[in-house]
Design a protein around this ligand. Structure first.
Ligand code: PMT
Length: 410
């Protein structure tokens, strides 16, 4: 089963005899469909060779913060942004101390410090080191920072002593990793998401469209499904595959088809998220045959497409509606106006620039609702999608609470 398909896991390996188990862990994570990048500390390379991990992960292993070649390929900040999860297994006592102190003196600690993604650690150390007050204080601090601890196990150790401190087995690590990608925060909620571009035909061979890849909308669909929602993804033409399999995908081409699909599925919908770049206009008439080149100038008569988002928002019993606004200038101002004009609950202002917006892996967003606004820094679309789903979940929960108590809603 490809349970971890499309998931980016950065596997950190630190200096411990348990490092040999990381080979099996890499193999199992790959088997489950995850894309694995391995980062090893210098001492880890004395227990197991980078070549082994390279062969198993299918990618070069990164070991050095100051390696210009490796940084040119995928630098430490890029790796930090790429990872959906940083899993450090084995995590030595020294690494936990560095993580606690917020050190960035080697590649793995620097990535952990720079990352916004969840971090999980599978400790491995001598039982005395584990029980030491210094280590226990570090663990308390890290747990307060929401670092996930997997183990350690208890039993006989490589040093001949017995006690707590063994790294748990790869299968146990996997069992604890899977739930990190899912939550029940939106279980029981039905969400419709639009994604990608639409195409409006001029004639049988030409169309009007835009550069939307669908990446943002597909990432939102994945985050919503991982939060337990029942997700319908209505998408324009895109090469992307939707994960997980529980997502109901409906492929459309034109704005009118997208409108129809959304309306057909709207009953009982709790949340509608319109991330698609829908064509605002379509040719008034589609030529039956290919239009021939004749004059120096040619005019196309365009007519407005149905506004899907505004239509959904205007329904009685409308779901919680979230729109997007991709803007190149006056981003916040234009987005706020759009939110009001379309009568929607929330708008996500999407700064379009050289590193964010259409057909990029990263994005930079401002989430705006009636009373507030949160800026989400440049980050991978997958991370931003998770943040957005979390923000929407909080809003929905607040509405549910206020409705139950009869207080003001939205
Ligand atoms: O797909 P990617 O390459 O990952 O790029 C993501 C994105 C940049 C396309 C996405 O993040 C984004 O910003 N989408 C909205 C694009 C836009 O500017 O839309 P708009 O300003 O034309 O429309 C505003 C809102 O109304 C959008 O939520 C849009 O989906 C919706 N709309 C617009 C027209 C229409 N006929 N029906 C609609 O529902």
């Amino acid at each position: 089963m490809n349970t971890l398909y499309n998931k980016h896991i950065l596997l950190g390996i630190t200096g411990s005899i348990a490092a040999y188990k990381s080979a099996e862990l890499t193999r199992r994570l790959k088997e489950l469909g995850a894309d694995i990048r391995v980062v090893m500390t210098t001492s880890a390379t004395r227990f197991i060779t980078p070549l082994t991990l390279q062969a198993l992960s299918g990618h070069p292993v990164n070991t050095d913060l100051l390696d210009t070649d490796a940084e040119a390929a995928m630098g430490h900040i890029e790796l930090a942004r790429w990872a959906d999860l940083i899993l450090v297994a084995p995590a030595s006592a020294d690494f936990l101390a560095r993580l606690t102190a917020g050190r960035a003196n080697d590649l793995l600690s620097a990535i952990c410090l720079a990352s916004y993604s969840p971090i999980a650690v599978a400790p491995a150390m001598n039982q005395g080191m584990w029980e030491n007050k210094a280590t226990q204080d570090n663990i308390n601090t890290l747990q307060q920072r929401d670092i996930h601890f997997m183990g350690p196990g208890h039993g006989s150790q490589a040093c001949g002593e017995t006690g707590a401190g063994r790294m748990i087995e790869p299968e146990q690590i996997i069992a604890r990793t899977l739930p990190l990608f899912t939550s029940g925060a939106l279980s029981g909620k039905k969400i419709i998401i639009t994604a990608g571009p639409t195409r409006e035909a001029i004639d049988p061979v030409r169309y009007i469209s835009n550069h939307s890849s669908g990446k943002m909308g597909f990432a939102i669909a994945e985050a919503a499904a991982n939060a337990g929602a029942d997700v319908t993804l209505v998408c324009g033409p895109t090469q992307l595959t939707a994960y997980p399999d529980s997502i109901q995908r409906i492929d459309v081409i034109t704005a009118s088809q997208m409108y129809q699909s959304v309306m057909d599925n709207l009953s009982d919908c709790d949340i509608f998220i319109a991330s698609a770049a829908v064509a605002d206009y379509r040719p008034g008439l589609q030529a039956v045959n290919k239009i021939k080149k004749q004059h120096d100038e040619m005019q196309l008569r365009l007519v407005k497409t149905p506004d899907i988002l505004a239509s959904v928002a205007s329904q009685t019993d409308a779901p919680y509606t979230v729109g997007f606004a991709a803007e190149t200038e006056n981003v916040l101002e234009y987005a706020r106006k759009k939110r009001q004009k379309k009568g929607i609950d929330m708008i996500v202002a999407n700064k379009v620039g050289p590193t964010s917006g259409f057909n990029q892996d990263n994005n930079e967003l401002d989430v705006i609702w009636q009373e507030g606004h949160i800026h989400l820094n440049l980050n991978s679309k997958k991370t931003l999608a998770r943040d957005l789903i979390q923000i929407i979940t909080e809003k929905i929960n607040a509405i549910d609470t206020t409705q139950n108590t009869g207080l003001k809603t939205r």
